[in-house]
Design a protein around this ligand. Structure first.
Ligand SMILES: Nc1ncnc2c1ncn2[C@@H]1O[C@H](COP(=O)(O)OP(=O)(O)OP(=O)(O)O)[C@@H](O)[C@H]1O
Ligand SMILES: [Mg+2]
Length: 270
């Protein structure tokens, strides 16, 4: 069948030739990102991987409209974004719950800011907590939960506002391997059920391959897209089933050697 350009899927989010620098009065300015372009399509799960300091969080912040690039464009549904984009959900590296609010009220928080009534907020928050396996913990406070449970509450809080795209920045970094794997499976299940679009930042290559449709490897200082890998592993996926899958291991090896090359270039004397 002939291919018509009109049938090509349109990106939900697009970064075009971004340049982002940081300046301060008492330090030289840092060029964090340069000539960076990428597109994210509806319902895609995209992982951003790369060495520490290569600009992953900076790119995510630009996608969310939290920082304004020096040059280039950030488009959401084809339109340039103006300021913070209210249609995105963002789980940051250091995301925390409000310690003085109960689990239920933490999840309902974003809905308060959107003008929902108390009864509506609580009903929605209860449903989300139920879907995250946290029924029965509504009246607990964050300090009474495990690290993994706190993460689940953070995810429920972010999903409460029904974001059109979800950004996650190293969401499970400090957790133990078993809790992390359970949460990764929860995210896969959520993504499959809700048809979310997710951009997921991680240092963990196995995590990136297990979860995503596409892995973008960032490199260099300033940051840019070094390479892009399609992940054709079948869905639905469960993280444990993939660990010894031959196609998974082949992909991991290829991306590792690419990453290793990037790290060697970083270390080489200039
Ligand atoms: N607010 C800021 N002010 C000054 N420099 C910044 C600021 N935010 C980031 N940078 C610099 O921009 C570069 C990219 O930082 P960024 O936090 O995006 O990296 P990253 O890839 O997320 O790293 P990590 O994996 O360690 O989280 C770094 O050199 C960092 O020092
Ligand atoms: Mg970061």
């Amino acid at each position: 069948m002939p291919f018509h350009a009109a049938e090509a899927p349109k990106p939900l989010l697009e970064l075009r030739d971004l340049r982002i620098s940081f300046s301060s009065v008492d330090a030289p300015s840092v060029l964090a990102v340069e000539h960076l372009s990428l597109s994210v399509y509806p319902n895609e799960f995209v992982a951003l991987v790369g060495p520490s300091g290569c600009g992953k969080t900076t790119v995510l912040n630009a996608m969310a409209g939290l920082i304004c690039p020096d040059a280039g464009e950030v488009l959401f549904c084809g339109q340039p974004i103006q300021g913070v984009n209210p249609r995105v959900g963002y789980i940051s590296q250091a995301d925390t719950l409000l310690p003085w609010r109960t689990v239920l009220d933490n999840v309902a928080l974003g809905l308060t800011l959107r003008g929902w009534s108390k009864a509506e907020r609580r009903e929605r928050a209860r449903d989300l907590l139920d879907s995250m396996g946290l029924s029965g913990f509504e009246t607990n406070y964050p300090h009474e939960l495990s690290g993994g449970m706190k993460k689940r509450v953070t995810i429920a809080r972010t999903l409460a506002i029904e974001p059109e795209i979800l950004f996650m920045d190293e969401p499970f970094g400090p957790l133990d391997a078993f809790t992390k794997q359970k949460l990764q499976d929860d995210i896969l299940e959520l993504w499959e059920r809700l048809g979310q679009t997710i951009v997921y930042v991680t240092h963990d290559l196995q995590e990136a391959i297990s979860l995503s449709d596409r892995v973008l490897l960032l490199g260099g200082r300033p940051g840019r897209i070094r390479s892009e890998y399609e992940i054709p592993l079948r869905r639905p996926r469960r993280v444990m089933d993939l660990k010894f899958d031959e196609a998974f291991l082949t992909l991991e090896k290829a991306i590792w050697s690419d990453l290793h090359e990037e790290l060697s270039q970083e270390e080489a004397p200039s």
